[in-house]
Ligand binder design. Structure first.
Ligand code: PLP
Length: 395
């Protein structure tokens, strides 16, 4: 009989994609919908990166590569980690995969057994809990509220870790909150983690470059170098270089763990696309000013959007440190409208105001919604106007 696996039945499809789909349906029915649900830069991939891919095709670099990526790209990752983070890695500590999500999947597959606990601070990136469930392990959620700038404290971490904890996710700057941990906050978390030597730390640095806080970027190893032997960096070129479609991510960590992840990759996808690897190589080695240009646009939009949303009764959002998302608390507005579920609220907003947002529940933080500002200012202004008009109706 037709019976799907327990593994697939344990998980949900990505809710961000669900919103995008609903918005697409309304659009094809002729409605003018503004979508602020997307999680990718609106900029084009910089030209020098595209040219490197074209050159790779013309040079016949269109065959299988080493499973873990071409050696030049692995070296470029090591060079990047030295240059930007002051961290030393060898090429055999790096695995290149088909996007950041793939790196995470390889990690979870190589590290976790059924029943293992994985601590995930909320609000979290939507995919973490389901990816953890996919390998049979258990997500353990710990929430940092708005008053903590959506970050968890050292005390909370201590209360959450158990003898069964095998992994902790950290994502800073965070999708969806846009806030980043300071070096001092990371040092405090590290202090707790020293009492739990068997816990592996996964630092998802995907938004490292999309940052405008006064403090420079730091991950936990930069605050606590002694943790390097049990920390794995997860990152990639998708967000910083507007390369979401190229599918290149990478992991850097302990040699034995990287080797295990490579073994999984060797029996599943093999190498990521050869052409994309040459493009990623150009991105990491080339002129980094393309990032600055995009980040200053994101910052300008962020400043506008946060201020404009705070002008609407019942919406409250804090200034972020980076990324291209703002996470708004909408409990006040939900109460005025008479809806106590943020998913229902977002659906109503989509149907009535024709603005698509992602409900906070998708990120483990009900009473919120995530707005992406990876779109031009004029579109953001129209979206705000629609939300304000919607809110006024219920006053
Ligand atoms: N990590 C975080 C925090 C993300 O927001 C994303 C993408 O949305 C990823 C990882 C995965 O990125 P990729 O598109 O390279 O798979």
């Amino acid at each position: 009989k037709f019976q799907l696996s327990d593994r697939v039945n344990a998980i949900q499809p990505s809710p961000t994609l669900a919103v995008t789909q609903k918005a697409a349906e309304l659009r094809s029915a002729g409605h003018d919908v503004i979508g602020l649900g997307v999680g990718e830069p609106d900029f084009d991939t910089p030209d020098f990166i595209k040219q490197a891919a074209i050159a790779a095709i013309n040079a016949g670099k269109t065959k299988y590569t080493a499973v873990d990526g071409i050696s030049e790209l692995k070296q470029a990752v090591c060079d990047k980690l030295k240059r930007d983070n002051g961290l030393t890695y060898q090429a055999d500590q790096v695995l290149v995969s088909a996007g950041g999500k793939h790196s995470i999947f390889n990690l979870l597959s190589a590290w976790l057994n059924p029943g293992d606990e994985v601590v995930i601070p909320a609000p979290y990136w939507v995919s973490y809990p389901d990816m953890v469930k996919l390998v049979g392990a258990e997500p353990v959620i710990v929430s940092g509220g708005i008053e903590q700038r959506y970050k968890i404290t050292a005390e909370q971490l201590r209360e959450t870790l158990t003898a069964n904890t095998r992994l902790l996710f950290l994502n800073s700057p965070s999708n969806p909150s846009g806030t980043a941990y300071t070096k001092a906050e990371l040092a405090a978390l590290a202090e707790v983690l020293r009492d739990y030597p068997d816990v592996l730390i996964a630092t998802d640095d995907m938004y490292e470059h999309i940052l405008w806080s006064t403090e420079p970027f730091a991950n936990i190893m930069m605050a606590a170098p002694d943790l390097q032997e049990r920390t794995i960096i997860l990152s990639g070129v998708s967000k910083a270089y507007a390369m979401t479609g190229w599918r290149i991510g990478y992991a850097a960590g302990p040699k034995a763990l990287i080797a295990a992840m490579k073994k999984i990759q060797s029996q599943s996808t093999s190498n990521p696309a050869s052409i994309s690897q040459y493009a990623a190589l150009a991105a990491l080695e080339g002129d980094q000013s393309c990032i600055t240009t995009m980040v200053s646009a994101f910052k300008q939009r962020h400043d506008y959007l946060v201020a404009a949303l705070n002008d609407i009764d019942g919406i409250h959002c804090i200034a972020g440190d980076g990324t291209f998302y703002t996470f708004a608390n909408i409990e006040g507005l939900m109460a005025t409208v008479g809806i106590n579920d943020d998913v229902d609220f977002c659906e109503k907003l989509l149907n009535e105001a024709k603005v698509a947002l992602v409900p906070g529940s998708a990120f483990g933080a009900p009473g919120h919604c995530r707005l992406s500002f990876a779109t031009d200012l004029a579109t953001l202004e129209s979206a705000v106007e629609r939300i304000a008009t919607f809110a006024k109706q219920y006053r």
